[in-house]
Design a binder for this molecule. Sequence first.
Ligand SMILES: Nc1ncnc2c1ncn2[C@@H]1O[C@H](COP(=O)(O)OP(=O)(O)OP(=O)(O)O)[C@@H](O)[C@H]1O
Ligand SMILES: [Mg+2]
Length: 231
Amino acid sequence: MLAVRCRKIVKIYDSGGQRVTALGGIDLDIATGELMMLVGPSGCGKTTLISVIAGILDQDEGSCEVFGKDLAAMSNREKLKFRASHIGFVFQAFNLLPSLTVAENVSVPLLINGIRRAEAERKANSILEQVGLGDRTTFLPSQLSGGQQQRVAIARALIHDPGLIVCDEPTSALDHETGHTVMQLLKNTVLQSNRALVIVTHDSRIFSFADRTAEMDDGRIVKITDTSAAH
Ligand SMILES: Nc1ncnc2c1ncn2[C@@H]1O[C@H](COP(=O)(O)OP(=O)(O)OP(=O)(O)O)[C@@H](O)[C@H]1O
Ligand SMILES: [Mg+2]
């Protein structure tokens, strides 16, 4: 089954009269059970593409379906509900809520889905343990290092067990060993429960985790390499 089906996606930003074609016609399929990496030079459109895929940004042309549902056809309310149950997103800048503790931040997707606070925090503590932050659950984001904040963002993206997980540079602030642990956790999530994972990265240390790698340049996908046989 397809997790993501993008056809001819165009996105043009218009900032003060200057138009930038960030996506110039993207076709991309991502299957369930697949870890797809997205690479390419700064400014080539990676964040824009995954924002469209995750329903955070509307495209100008073309269609994007996630698990067979056209996100652009949904009302804002429907889209929020769909994202809350099916999509986990790790932002390039983490986007943690500064006044909430680590455990509260990670609980948010469960609370949105109507899970009781005590149960949500129990689950949050358990996933925080898995990313090596079991002793930081009551801290505020500002009391954490960059790499620790990044792991909180990853825990938050996984906690509600979404079918599609989208990560923007998830290992950029992590040392080799922690990055490897986090990638192993993400990879296991895909393998065990047939999820789909899209990861934007510049980090060559994690390339080998990919099933396929799509190279972008100037708003287009220029090459897709199948590396699933390598592992
Ligand atoms: N809100 C915006 N308004 C205007 N232009 C934008 C906006 N966001 C992105 N752009 C432009 O769109 C292009 C693609 O940006 P995008 O953030 O998708 O790149 P990226 O591949 O994620 O880069 P990086 O690797 O540096 O994160 C860039 O040229 C950027 O200047
Ligand atoms: Mg980016």
